[in-house]
Design a protein around this ligand. Structure first.
Ligand code: TYM
Length: 342
């Protein structure tokens, strides 16, 4: 834990502080799970962990209030069903911690425009000629505040978020350069082998590419999508390299090591049809997520449980973020009166 930082100094002795966020812009998919959520769960017992549902970031895409509320609740239920344990980790909703948006402003004052112009979410929209708002443009700064507000040391994410964590380190470094040792510099943590999970078309799995396999869709709907996964048109007899095939990449995520080794052998031998592999992917996927699916039903039926977890989480998160915000405000010469100090 960070201990008291009432002196305005960065705490010197710290254990690992893990933090990550996930947007409720649609139902979670395999990319979210194998790139990020699996890490959240693995790390929750190794340090002090904070995980949040990034509803402020989602506002740059979801503009339907009732849909957003529903997605936030679904996100919380999904995370709990997948194994996030509130006894170990603090789970909260981003907008329940207003300190973070105040911190965002402090960081914006040291953010070069050029840095944001190079960030991929904004750049992609611009290249496609789509209108981008200032929310999307400044998105990485809000994300930096999310991380810095908790003195995070480790940020488990998929590969697509690594650039944003570099931006966060840059901004923290610049702020520290101007105002002294205020922020802890975090590091991204990505998993070998699933930092960029492919979608059904072989590109990165992403809601915006409409190529996702969702975690809690019905097995029947999932199987349909799996059977439509694009494959190459080489003859069945030809031996194939499993490492170059996105269908195999998906299979290995949900299969046991023995099943994976056997499937790799089948690829190398040749003489198989992709239809058989697809059926195998669907079957092992159903098995892989069966327990989480059952837990999800119980959690969703437990009236008030999610609300309580999120309310407790928000309290814990706010008290951490308030300490860092005070430290940052004090360092750059702002009044702390609102926080009850002269
Ligand atoms: P988001 O909501 O797009 O994705 C949530 C997490 O899932 C990972 N991910 C993937 N990993 C591997 N392969 C894929 N195909 C794949 N698709 C998604 C993402 O890398 C991410 O870790 N900006 C963030 C949310 C955020 C955040 C933060 C994250 C807001 N503040 C602070 C970390 C720290 C985002 O849009 O993630």
């Amino acid at each position: 834990m960070s201990g008291s930082d009432a002196s305005g100094k960065v705490p010197s002795v710290r254990s690992s502080r893990i933090l990550s966020g996930i947007q409720p812009t649609g139902r979670f998919h395999w990319g979210n799970y194998f790139g990020a959520i699996r890490q959240y769960i693995e790390l929750q017992t190794t340090g002090d962990a904070f995980y949040f549902i990034a509803d402020l970031h989602a506002l740059t895409t979801v503009r339907e209030p009732s849909r957003l509320r529903e997605l936030v609740r679904d996100a919380a239920i999904d995370l709990l069903a997948l194994g996030l344990d509130p006894a170990h980790a603090t789970l909260f909703v981003q907008s329940d911690v207003p300190e973070v948006t105040e911190l965002t402003w402090l960081l914006l004052t040291v953010t070069p425009m050029g840095l944001l112009e190079r960030c991929h979410a904004y750049k992609e929209k611009k290249t496609k000629g789509l209108p981008a708002d200032a929310g999307l443009f400044t998105y990485p700064v809000l994300m930096a505040a999310d991380i810095l507000a908790y003195d995070a040391t480790t940020v488990p994410v998929g590969e697509d978020q690594v650039q944003h964590i570099e931006v966060c380190r840059d901004l923290a470094g610049t702020f520290n350069h101007h105002y002294g040792d205020v922020f802890v510099l975090p590091k991204a943590r990505v998993l070998d082998g699933s930092a960029k999970v492919p979608g059904t078309d072989g590109q990165k799995m992403s809601k915006s590419y409409e190529n996702t396999l969702d975690l809690f869709e019905t097995p029947a709907s999932q199987k349909k999508k799996i059977m439509r996964i694009t494959t190459d048109s080489r003859p069945m007899e030809e031996p194939k390299d499993p490492e170059a095939d996105h269908l195999f990449a998906l299979y290995r995520l949900v299969a046991t090591p023995e099943e994976t080794a056997a499937m790799a052998e089948t690829y190398r031998r040749g003489g198989f049809g992709y239809g058989e592999v697809k059926k195998a992917v669907a079957a092992v996927a159903e098995r892989f997520f069966a327990d989480a699916r059952a837990r999800r039903e119980t959690i969703a039926a437990d009236d008030g449980l999610v609300e309580k977890v999120l309310a407790d989480g928000a309290d814990r998160a706010r008290s951490q973020a308030a300490r860092v915000l005070d430290r940052a405000k004090r360092a750059c010469g702002l009044s702390l009166r609102k926080a009850g100090r002269a």
